[in-house]
Ligand binder design. Structure first.
Ligand SMILES: *Cc1c(COP(=O)(O)O)cnc(C)c1O
Length: 398
């Protein structure tokens, strides 16, 4: 493999997205090479011994490291200005790894209430089983963060914007409180993408992604990433991830590398379409409530503007009535697909209460603002006029 080019750190984001981390083989291929190999061979037994001792830095087994995965990790790290990125099999293995690599029985974890269903399961059901004390706060209420972080805490986990109600959390303020409590702040940056929000510059210590969402962005494969500094990674993640095995498949890493190349362009268009659709939905008679941080009516519009470059591709809204009307609306759509995935080129729509957040207990779901009439749309890259027409004909039916 060729030496890594110097000064990639100085490239602007668009250049990092296209070229960051590429390692060319002796064949001088244009595109990143796909190394579908589980193992690696040694010239002599002594090499293998040195590699396993850690005295020789080379590829030994793809659960530890794989060249295609390394290119993805390097590109992600460059993009976030992070020292280390660990590629993982899914976004959830990134979330689980980021927390369980660090937390021990007796530690305290503070999380925001408005989390993706599986993140809530990990934080609120799995971690307590391992003896971790878990405190849930209303993420938009700084007083609750202040109160919870008066006590010594090991980690803080939050999502901003949140899924599905697009709540915005004041990341710099929470980071300051977390650090005073001795905690490391983990930010799940899936909804914002690396293009719209840089959690490290806002005070985060660890950033996690589901690369399944906008990073692939074309509905093809699962993947995830944990980013942090080298010292923290060495102390908490390197051995943990190697031995517990949430490794990213080289094939998926290759797809994700290709996804990153067009990420900025896609996100820009996603945001443009979402902005247009949010304004359109806000005017509908059958829509009593809409959640989109780009709208002046969003209670945290100013905060979103301060910490994000644009407002993302996800909109949530309520329709008049309840579950029956919401289902009728979804079933009436002819172009937009019913799917719980998001960040895809195709516009996707879902009913969070019965899908992504079905496992959340009903009272807690209501506290999270996820009622029976709530609908979430992930706005894709189609012509926005076609999307409006599809939504309009569905509004006429309910
Ligand atoms: C989808 C999602 C995840 C989980 O990612 P997977 O790749 O599906 O495992 C985690 N956090 C958020 C905010 C998500 O939207």
């Amino acid at each position: 493999m060729a030496e890594r080019k110097l000064n990639q750190e100085n490239w602007r984001p668009a250049t990092k997205l296209v070229r960051g981390g590429q390692m060319r083989t002796q064949f001088q291929e244009t595109s990143e090479a796909l190394f579908l190999t589980s193992g690696y061979v040694y010239d002599e037994a002594e090499q293998a011994e040195l590699a396993f001792k850690g005295d020789l830095d080379r590829y030994v087994y793809s659960r530890f490291k794989n060249p295609t995965v390394s290119m993805f990790e390097e590109r992600m790290a460059l993009l976030e200005d992070a020292e280390i990125c660990h590629g993982t099999a899914t976004g959830m293995s990134a979330v689980f790894g980021a927390l369980s690599g660090v937390l021990c029985a007796g530690d305290r974890l503070v999380v925001s209430r408005a989390l993706f269903g599986s993140c809530r399961y990990v934080a609120c059901e799995v971690m307590p089983r391992y003896g971790v004390e878990v405190v849930v706060v209303d993420g938009a209420d700084l007083a609750q963060w202040k109160e919870a972080l008066r006590h010594e805490t090991k980690m803080v986990f939050l999502e901003s914007p949140s899924n599905p109600t697009l709540e915005i959390i004041d990341i710099p303020a929470v980071a300051e409180l977390a650090h005073k409590a001795g905690a490391k702040l983990v930010v799940d940056n899936v909804f914002a993408t690396p293009i719209l929000q840089s959690p490290f510059t806002l005070g985060a210590d660890i950033v996690v992604y589901s690369a399944t969402k906008h990073i692939d962005g074309q509905g093809r494969c699962l993947g995830g990433a944990i980013l942090c500094d080298a010292e923290f990674s060495e102390a908490n993640y390197v051995r943990f991830l190697r031995n517990t095995g949430p490794a990213l498949s080289p094939f998926n890493a290759w797809v994700l590398l290709k996804g990153l190349e067009t990420l900025a362009l896609r996100v820009q268009k996603h945001c443009e379409n979402a902005r247009t659709l949010a304004a359109f939905l806000e005017k509908q008679k059958a829509v009593p409530k809409i959640y989109y941080p780009g709208l002046a009516s969003h209670p945290q519009h100013a905060l979103a503007k301060a910490q994000m470059k644009d407002f993302g591709s996800i909109i949530a809204f309520e329709v008049d009535g309840g579950k029956k009307e919401a289902f009728r609306f979804l079933n009436a759509l002819k172009l937009i697909d019913i799917s719980n995935n998001l960040g895809d080129t195709k516009s996707l729509i879902t009913h969070p209460a019965t899908t992504t957040h079905q496992s959340v207990e009903e009272a807690e779901r209501r506290r999270m603002g996820i009622g029976d009439s709530l609908i979430r749309i992930s706005v894709g890259l189609e012509d926005v006029e076609d999307l409006k027409e599809d939504l309009s004909q569905a509004f006429e039916i309910i």
